[in-house]
Design a protein around this ligand. Sequence first.
Ligand code: ATP
Length: 299
Amino acid sequence: MTPEPRLRIAMQKSGRLSDDTQALLKRCGLKLNVSDRRLLAHVANMPIDIMRVRSSDIPGLVMDGVCDLGIVGDNTLEEAALERALMAQKSQYIRTTGLNFGGCRLSIAMPEGFDYQGIDSLNGLRFATTYPQLLNRFAKANGINIEFCLLKGSVEVAPRVGLADGICDLVSTGATLEANGLVEVEEIFRSKASLIQTVTALPAEKQAILDTLLPRIQGVMKAKESKYIMLHAPKDKIAQVSALMPGKETPTILPLAGRDDLVAVHVVATETFFWETMEQLNALGCNSILVMPIEKMMG
Ligand code: ATP
């Protein structure tokens, strides 16, 4: 008897993307135990295996069809694609969906006090980076010549120890740069995590698993961005309150026990919407405003 085909997903074993990736898969209903040291973790309730590897190995595993799917940062993906294209290796993949975690930017940073007058100030300098291909593409596009020093970690110390004039590294808050006396001068790439897929057509059974999984992932993503907002509004202000609500979302209006002057208004909206309209809602006499997370949103 041939074994049931299992969809194979590559994810980062440990690091900045691993917790969010695991949380996403668990919220999609996958029962996975990744606490052991095994490379391949079986999902107990679905025909899916999770391959836990270094982030930098994920693009190749998907491009070569060893894994059907992968969850990886756009920066890692783009660097790998450029590197493989250079070596005339297959560098195709499908970016199935963007994910809303792992946000960061790849930036050039120089020591404090460096006289930065624009991109030309970087001409002829040497940079420590983990992303030589992305930096090279930026240099070529801007007509400057630069040298690289490839470092896989602690890139930010390179200028201090005399290894390089500046760095090109991932930044999210900028705290690491500041702690190392560096100033961000150019952002060269914006990144988030993505779900990628092999270009090889999946056999029908695996495609069916993906067709189940993908709407779940999208449902979890959508829920993460949305909030369930409940508030009390004066009954005579319903029209003005409803007019503030985002276009496609119709608010639910409910009576309040023993109150003729107030109603409860419930609506699903983004947190940004809430902050942008809170003062206006208050000015209309709304109160008891509650903003709650949503677990999942389907359909
Ligand atoms: P690995 O060691 O697994 O090959 P890595 O060295 O890139 O990969 P991490 O430092 O954990 O491992 O980063 C994983 C990914 O997290 C990055 O490639 C990037 O997409 C994302 N990321 C988000 N914010 C940051 C940040 N501030 N610094 C570095 N990476 C970040």
